[in-house]
Design a protein around this ligand. Structure first.
Ligand code: SF4
Ligand code: SF4
Ligand code: SF4
Length: 527
């Protein structure tokens, strides 16, 4: 047995054990991409580096055997920086969209392609759950949102953007028409209380997500009914009032208290701050004029808050929406409500208040011409159609399904399993740090079940080893040299011929989604 120390913890392991293996015995997760049990270590990704015996040069944990008395450091700033750089070098040549372009253009960051796949599959209950994870008022926004997501839709360049906004509305309308519209599962009541000033899109969204997180919410509004700018800035033709009322009723079903005709002056505000655990000012642009009365700082635009956190300079008081921004899209106000709820939740749990954590992603960027045509190859050929009954009627189920299948599924099929993305997020890797000229994006769909996207390959060689060990007749190989080395099927054969026995093992071993199931990435973004 060999005695070693990892991060000040001693253990004995059999001679010949690697540092990576020893760390795993201690439950210490050293990241690794190119190593796999049963395969030869290539030590090519260098994400698993550690510091050994204080040596200046870091060593790959996957290819270093333990020695008696070895002192290993895995969690120092120096080691983390080296891992981050190794990841950034891999990302410099990485070509893929973890999340679709439409995701980043939706202020509420809704998982649009997942919703579209659920509509196409007829899973409307799943679709409303996807929608409401990020948008509390989808039937409302489905009627009045200018759909910035559609401006970023990759299919727009081809034959018209996917009808994202109308499809979201379809999902919400169908849900509201059911006997038991969707209600999320709420966390156990925390016993903490939040006062929300203003029952417009920001306040309503905040109440919805705070109630989901287990807080008792009280909405106070100076008007005789809830809705705020949704009532002031839209006509009943644009936004039928019964739709607004139905969606507010859904939020109220989560169990909040509503106080209407409540004008809040300085004394009343101080009282709220005393009685509630947190207060959110979401009373629209007019709230800026009350900043002095509320005891919070303001700029000419609105109440001053910390960026992304929505915290004012008064303890436990937050502000969001047009109270902070001045004018903005309604979907921006609703997104603010959700994000402020996330920040208030962190504050009330005693956690560091970071606001909503942005998911890690790499981006391909704009596609056009031949590249876009190749990317869209095999996609449903239908063009964008408006509802036959007119916009006021919206889509009927058949129309919705045929519009939903127009999505090109730009998001990555391996999002949840991808180790490159996981560790890039953990180590804060910047995908643009070493970014150079980008190649054309290519998909190889010649295998019946497996999709190969060479731009996502990190040349770990695991699939080559697995195919060779299994005796695949054609298998895979490296071609090219130096920076141009890449994995390919030899002898001008195709992937379907190359992976006949061990396609599943290769997909499971691939540390990215370079090899992924065609049908995967079905449902969930909850990572
Ligand atoms: S392979 Fe990983 S890093 Fe690359 S696009 Fe897919 S999820 Fe993102
Ligand atoms: S084609 Fe689909 S996934 Fe791609 S941007 Fe458009 S809606 Fe989003
Ligand atoms: S395709 Fe093969 S070589 Fe490329 S990352 Fe996946 S397993 Fe490694």
């Amino acid at each position: 047995m060999t005695k070693i120390t990892i991060d000040n913890r001693e253990l004995e392991v059999p001679a010949g054990t690697t540092v990576l293996g020893a760390a795993r015995q201690l439950g210490i997760e050293i990241p690794s991409l190119c190593y796999r049990e049963g395969c030869d270590a290539s030590a090519s990704c260098l994400v698993c580096v550690v510091k050994i015996n204080g040596n200046a040069r870091l060593a790959p944990a996957c290819a270093t055997a333990v020695e008696e008395g070895m002192m290993i450091e895995s969690e120092t700033a120096e080691v983390h920086a080296a891992r981050r750089t190794a990841l950034e070098l891999l990302l410099s040549d990485h070509l893929g969209d973890c999340l679709a372009p439409c995701f980043f253009s939706c202020p509420a960051e809704m998982d649009i392609p997942v919703m579209l796949r659920q509509i196409a599959a007829g899973d409307l209950r799943g679709a409303i759950a996807t929608v409401k994870r990020d948008i509390a008022l989808p039937a409302v926004l489905g009627r009045i949102c200018p759909a910035p997501c559609e401006k970023a839709c990759r299919r727009r360049e081809l034959d018209g953007a996917v009808a994202i906004c109308l499809l979201k509305r379809f999902v919400a309308d169908v849900d509201l028409a059911t006997a038991e519209p969707y209600l999320p599962v709420c966390e156990t009541a925390s016993g903490r209380k939040v006062a929300i000033l203003g029952g417009g899109p920001t306040g309503l969204a905040a109440a919805y997500y705070l109630a989901r997180a287990g807080y008792a919410c009280t909405i106070l509004d100076e008007n005789a009914e809830l809705g705020g700018r949704l009532l002031r800035e839209t006509t009943p033709e644009e936004l039928p009032r019964e739709v607004l009322a139905a969606e507010i009723a859904q939020i109220a079903r989560l169990g909040m208290e509503v106080q209407l005709n409540r004008k809040i002056n300085a004394a009343a505000f101080n009282d709220l701050c005393g009685r509630f655990d947190a207060v959110l000012i979401a009373a629209g642009h007019a709230a800026r004029e009350q900043a002095d009365a509320f005891g919070v700082a303001a700029t000419t635009k609105g109440i001053h808050v910390e960026h992304g956190i929505f915290r004012t300079d008064r303890p436990k008081v937050f502000a969001a929406g047009t109270a902070v921004r001045g004018k903005s899209m309604v979907v921006r106000s609703a997104a603010d409500g959700k994000e402020a709820a996330a920040a208030i939740d962190q504050f009330l749990r005693g956690a560091t208040v970071t606001g909503q954590i942005r998911p890690f992603t790499t981006k391909i960027g704009r596609m056009e011409g031949e590249e876009l045509l190749r990317f869209a190859e095999g996609a449903a050929p239908d063009t964008r159609e408006e509802p036959t009954g007119g916009l006021a009627e919206g889509y009927v189920p058949d129309e919705a399904a045929s519009q939903a299948v127009r999505c090109l599924h730009c998001d990555c099929r391996g999002l949840h399993a991808c180790k490159l993305r996981k560790y890039s997020a953990i180590y804060g890797a910047d995908p643009k740090r070493f970014k150079g000229h980008r190649r054309a994006f290519v998909q190889d769909a010649q295998h019946a079940e497996v999709l190969f996207e060479p731009g996502k390959c990190i040349d770990c060689g695991l699939c080559i080893q697995i195919a060779a060990k299994a005796g695949e007749e054609i298998g895979l190989t490296f071609v090219g040299r130096g920076f141009d080395v890449r994995v390919a099927v030899p002898l001008d054969r195709h992937l379907g011929e190359a992976l006949q026995k061990v396609a599943a093992e290769c997909v499971a071993a691939c540390p990215t989604a370079a090899l992924a199931w065609k049908a995967s990435r079905g449902v969930d973004l909850a990572d």
